[in-house]
Design a protein around this ligand. Structure first.
Ligand code: 99T
Length: 199
């Protein structure tokens, strides 16, 4: 068994779980819920960055981050399934980077609020993070992602990023992005793993 260290709320971990399900590899993963703040969990020894998800392979070696783990799983399943090999690879990876960027900015916003006293919050910095999310969502709303079968890593990432905005930011993105809402509904209907990995 491989061990996936993650947490239910992590959009990055969700990406890995959905990928594993789509690739038929989920049964080979033991999910180890990991609290990143717990220094005694051994996470820092496995990933010096102290972040989840981490995949512990059967030989004890570790892989991180979610980008590497998802591509590793894709290769384990034969390759070229969630990560196209041809020229289609570059737009897919760029879409995946956009999705990761939404997650990263969202997480930074959340950490500002949850790890620093309110008196230290930087309105300028928070507005800058929010503007990254807003621009990314606007660009997706103007040209919603195509839904392929199976979805590729870009689409999986976008779904997880939107799911994270639902989880931690009360789904406020929905009002101004109706096409993206429809797209996410379609993704959820086509990919059972999305609903199955909801925190
Ligand atoms: O930054 C930390 O110290 C702890 N944070 C994490 O481990 C988050 C958990 S999401 N993971 C990442 O930042 C991984 C990013 C990496 N580029 C990847 O894997 O792709 C927790 C979400 C929440 O609880 O709201």
């Amino acid at each position: 068994m491989m061990i996936l260290r993650s947490a239910p709320a992590s959009p990055y971990g969700r990406k890995v779980k959905i990928a594993a399900k789509l690739l038929g590899l989920f049964d080979r993963l033991q999910i180890a819920v990991t609290e990143t703040a717990n220094a005694a969990s051994g996470l820092n020894e496995q990933n010096p960055l102290g972040k989840i998800p981490v995949l512990v392979l059967e030989d004890g070696s570790t892989l991180y981050d979610s980008r590497v783990i998802t591509e590793y799983l894709d290769q384990l399943a034969g390759g070229g399934i969630l990560f196209p090999r041809n020229s289609g690879r570059w737009p897919v990876l760029t879409q995946a980077a956009l999705a990761d960027g939404i997650m990263d900015a969202s997480l930074l916003l959340r950490y500002e609020r949850t790890t620093r006293p309110e008196a230290m919050w930087s309105a300028t910095w928070m507005a800058s993070q929010q503007s990254k999310i807003d621009r990314a969502l606007a660009s997706l709303e103007s040209a919603p992602p195509v839904l392929t079968k199976p979805p590729h890593i870009g689409q999986i990432g976008i779904a997880c990023a939107l799911g994270y905005l639902d989880l931690r930011f009360e789904g406020r993105w929905r009002t101004a992005h109706p096409k993206l809402v429809t797209w996410l509904d379609g993704f959820a209907a086509a990919v059972p793993g999305f609903g199955e990995t909801k925190a």
